[in-house]
Design a protein around this ligand. Structure first.
Ligand code: CAA
Length: 694
């Protein structure tokens, strides 16, 4: 039984025990209803406490039930029944009270919380709005502005702040159970204080309109936040019961929306990427000490990520000057974390004087459990570094390369322990970006893979397994759709219009703004590196080479596709003439591209290469591609990732597009066999999202 009722003296004890996170699935809802009835019927109980077993209070509705036929009793009815009881009920909160879990607490007559608990209404991140009274009860406790902030930001607030806002009534000072029972004792015999009976806060149309305008600007395309604001305000203008009906209608409408399906796909995919058979077989190496070789921006960022997670880091540089520069870079990144409120100032000082060390001698790495190389991208240099690591690392240490494209098998050859070698591809800035590609080479042991995943968890990152190939999952797909985008510009599209079409689609940034941020030198170097393998029919973005040759490197030189002297940046005024000249030189007659065609070509190229990445095992499943693109490449989360989007858009339409584009370029536009097969057999990428077998 996931919910039990017992009594201690005159206090009824309702316990929810539904691992892992006490989600309110049907059995919990039914159990709560029965427990509430048992408490009501128990004449010797004058107040009750609801507790949760395990690591947390209720973390919300059971998301895995969404999209399936709803089963009674429904959560709003359960909470309303608890609120309607004639005797007071206390919520005793620990861990996280999220979504329907917080709404359950709001329906109780008093709330006490462990000081470490956090509370929030994350429904909008799932494309929903709070659907069990949160939109109507929360504002009655905290006021309108705080409630709208909590609902639309989805942020989790700490218990102390919840107390200040009036969301909870008390913080436990000792044992939560004992304190909650003591609170129930003080309320026993008194009439219950029902949140729904409290007066609604006054409307504030100006503030509400301003919030909606901000949301529209910051979250283009997303609907849940704005609908949530409307539901809160429309509901509060009505009697409580009618307000609840407004909430229900809004919730059910969002439940049917494609955005809800996409966001929940993203939620479960981000957890499924860690469900690999390899990880079940192996124990990760300990992570007490991490060694990093190379203190450039990437090495320093990785060091900072590790230090912020409480790990000990030793960073190796080639001489004292470089070591001291790296120390300065790390100190600067930690300062940034202090400024953003992510790190206490005194913790920064302790880290710099204790947990973080720099050295110029590889011998300093002899005790490290995990060694991460982040030096210049050259196979010769990597070989030298890995030979050194092999010499000094203790037996069982895991040796990782942060290369973004070099062959991890070849890097492992520089050691006598290839089983301990893997790729850990961080994304820049490494202390901020959540994605980590764990690159598994032919001989990488399950233990080394498990260590990569354990590191990601420790750093608060999302690890995705990737196979060895040029660019792994993300950069390989990126280079393919970049090629499609560059081809459009050669053929007449305006790079600024391309950026706008793709940000309108939902990408966080357009490809040319991204290029300016990364630096045009990066793409130039990549093209140089791949020049020898170039096919005569590959299309070269000569305009990008030209910009680079003129010294326009993007943001770092002040000009690239945009001009950064202006605030905000404006399109580079010289770009149109440069494009005209390049097209004339290449004998190309420019034509117009609509936004729809820009999106269609970009997405077709992206999905086509992603299909190959899945087919050849570089990505374990389509969902792994989605997680990479969502967390490393600014793909709109509310579209669920490119593979989810492709399924929803129609694989047959994408294949038809590719065949149509191939009429004018059958070298680039070759349908991936997997895509052809899926269309022929009437399947979708989602059908391949079952657990990988190897
Ligand atoms: N429903 C179903 N399963 C859930 C769940 C939920 N609400 N929340 C977490 N889980 C599952 C996860 O999928 C995961 O399962 P696997 O181990 O099989 O992968 C497991 O519980 C543990 O989750 P995490 O790995 O995320 O554990 P964590 O300790 O890192 O985080 C957490 C715990 C903070 C609760 C996090 O899981 C979380 O944020 N969950 C979602 C909370 C949420 O969005 N709640 C609102 C639901 S919508 C709602 O409630 C609508 C309404 O108003 C009626």
């Amino acid at each position: 039984m996931p919910v039990t009722y017992a009594r201690q003296g005159r206090i009824g004890l309702i316990t929810i025990d539904n691992p892992p996170v006490n989600a309110t699935g049907q059995a919990v809802r039914a159990g709560l209803m029965e427990a509430a009835q048992a408490f009501a019927a128990d004449d010797r109980a004058q107040a009750a406490v609801i507790f949760c077993a395990g690591r947390t209070w209720v973390a919300g509705a059971d998301i895995s039930e969404f999209g399936k036929p709803p089963q009674a009793p429904f959560l709003p009815d359960v909470i309303t029944a608890i609120e309607a009881l004639e005797k007071p009920v206390v919520a005793a909160i620990h861990g996280t009270a999220l979504g329907g879990g917080l709404e359950l607490a709001l329906g109780c007559h008093a709330r006490i919380s462990a000081p470490s608990a956090r509370m929030g209404l994350p429904e909008v991140t799932l494309g929903l709005l709070p659907g069990a009274g949160g939109t109507q009860r929360l504002p009655r406790l905290t006021g309108l502005a705080a409630a709208l902030d909590i609902i639309t930001s989805a942020r989790q607030i700490p218990a102390a702040q919840a107390l200040e806002l009036g969301l909870i009534d008390a913080l436990a000072t000792g044992d939560l159970t004992a304190d909650a029972i003591a609170l129930a004792e003080t309320l026993a015999g008194q009439p219950p204080r029902r949140t729904g009976d409290l007066p609604a806060p006054d409307a504030d149309p100006a503030a509400t309109d301003a919030l909606k305008a901000t949301l529209a600007r910051k979250l283009p395309g997303q609907i849940a936040q704005t609908i949530a604001v409307d539901v809160v305000t429309e509901g509060l203008a009505l009697p409580f019961d009618q307000g609840m009906a407004v909430e229900r209608a809004g919730f059910l409408a969002l439940m049917d929306s494609p955005q809800r399906a996409a966001l929940i796909h993203a939620f479960f995919s981000e957890r499924a990427v860690g469900h690999l058979p390899q990880l079940r077989q192996a124990q990760a190496a300990p992570l007490d000490g991490v060694g990093i070789v190379g203190g450039g921006l990437m090495g320093a960022g990785i060091a900072t990520a590790c230090l912020l997670a409480g790990l000990d880091v030793t960073l190796i540089e080639r001489d004292d000057a470089a070591a001291s520069k790296a120390r300065g870079t790390v100190a600067g990144l930690l300062d940034g974390a202090v400024a953003r409120g992510k790190l206490a100032a005194d913790r920064r000082d302790t880290i710099l004087s204790g947990a973080f060390r720099t050295d110029t001698d590889y011998a300093a790495l002899s005790k490290a459990d995990l060694l991460i190389e982040a030096v210049f991208e050259s196979m010769d240099v990597k070989h030298q570094v890995f030979a050194e690591l092999d010499r000094v690392a203790k037996p069982g240490a895991v040796l990782a390369t942060n290369t973004s494209y070099l062959d991890v098998n070849a890097i492992a050859d520089a050691t006598a322990r290839p089983g301990d070698v893997l790729g850990l591809h961080f994304f820049s800035p490494a202390h901020v970006m959540r994605l980590l590609e764990v690159v598994v080479a032919d001989r990488t042991s399950p233990r080394a893979v498990a260590t990569g995943f354990a590191l990601a968890k420790r750093l608060g990152k999302i690890a995705v397994r990737a196979g060895v190939c040029d660019g792994f999952i993300g950069n390989r797909i990126l280079s393919h759709y970049r090629a499609a985008v560059d081809a459009m510009v050669l053929d007449g599209a305006d790079p600024i219009a391309v950026d706008r079409a793709l940000t309108d689609f939902g990408f966080a940034m357009g490809p040319y703004a991204v290029t300016d941020l990364a630096g045009l030198d990066i793409g130039y170097m990549t093209r140089q590196r791949k020049a020898a393998d170039r096919h005569p029919r590959d299309r070269v973005p000569v305009f990008a080479d030209r910009l680079y040759e003129q010294g326009h490197l993007g943001r770092k030189s002040g000009r690239g596709y945009y001009d950064y002297a202006a605030k905000p940046p404006v399109p580079n005024p010289d770009l149109p003439a440069l494009l005209v000249a390049v097209r004339a030189e290449l004998g190309l007659t420019p034509r117009d591209f609509t936004d729809a065609e820009i999106v269609a070509r970009t997405m077709a190229a992206l999905v086509n290469e992603a299909a190959r990445v899945v087919a050849d095992g570089t990505a374990a499943r389509p969902l792994d591609v989605d997680v990479v693109m969502l967390n490393g490449y600014g793909f709109p989360r509310w579209r669920g990732g490119p593979m989810h989007w492709a399924d929803a858009h129609g694989l047959d339409r994408i294949l038809a597009d590719i065949r149509h584009f191939a009429e004018t370029d059958d070298h680039f536009w070759r349908p991936a066999p997997l895509l052809v097969d899926l269309v022929a057999t009437g399947r979708r990428f989602a059908d391949l999202n079952k657990e990988p077998q190897s």
